[in-house]
Ligand binder design. Sequence first.
Ligand code: ADP
Ligand code: TRP
Length: 335
Amino acid sequence: MKKISLTGIKPTGELHIGNYFGAIKPALDLANEYNAHYFIADYHGLNTMKDPEELRATTKHVAAGWLAAGLDPEKVIFYRQSSIPEIFELTVMLMAFTSKGLMNRAHAYKDATAKNSEKGEDTDAGINMGLFTYPVLMAADIILFDSDVVPVGKDQVQHIEMAADIAQSINANYGQAVLKTPQAVIQEKVAVVPGMDGRKMSKSYGNVIPLFAPENVLKKTIMHITTNSQSVEEPKDPNASQIFQLYKLFADDNEQSALANRYREGGMGWGEAKTELFRVVNRCLSPMRERYEAIMEDTPSLEKILQKGAEKARPIAAATLKRFREIAGVNSCKN
Ligand code: ADP
Ligand code: TRP
């Protein structure tokens, strides 16, 4: 039987090329050799998104984004997290095996408390239980489908290790392989896509290149990438520039070596480097943008695809849950 690849994306903002190269593309590549389950993690989004219109809109955006990027719903089980109630039942069961200390060590929670301390506020100010227990819900997403591999960016690896820890402690408790222990898969080449300012591209840094922006917005964004003050004539180190790091993601080998030489020779200014970057980015994104726009125009078809995906996912989910409930003794009074 084929192994299972599973991943989810939170609908918390506009998709950017970091999401595409760090999460969407590697996942779609894996869908050729694995049974794939890909979804929109809307309950994870609810932790921070309290405006219903916005949450609905970003959920639709992320769903359309997956499809525009090439997800084939006939081949991949594709759904909205909130359509699978079994995930939430499993979350409760996993809670019973998750130490609070493990959650205290989760990066997202630690960062949030550290920020509060810096500001001299109560360490837990503004932190809801959804954020604190975030890794348990994510573990349930993964474990429920007996996932073997989870394609994600580097920042998510800790969460997958936690899911594996939780599954292992359950297996150890019952002395049998009740749940599968998942593994993260990261593509080293694109482990961290740099943003406009050279830091990791992230919506929380406001340094993103959006995936489906209209062509003129894409161009304007690329022309605003931060550069140093080197003159046109000066030779430049391609590897020290985020423009070239981004270029490598979109250009073929010949284009890459030709442009690297031009950087090293001098005589090419940052404006020209950005124009060349725009050319290859737009070449890759234009067909996706067209598909995205068509999908966004047809909400009923999109809904149908997500419903069908949920119908395929739920029996698989129910089987895992039944197995675990029986072993845990919460299903009936019979032996
Ligand atoms: P953001 O940092 O913009 O909030 P998310 O945390 O929603 O992005 O990330 C969604 C997925 O995209 C995750 O799997 C994450 O690892 C991946 N990802 C996000 N930004 C990048 C990046 N700059 N490089 C590589 N992968 C990324
Ligand atoms: N936490 C992931 C992120 O922030 C999204 C996510 C939720 C996820 N559930 C998942 C990723 C399960 C992989 C597997 O990007």
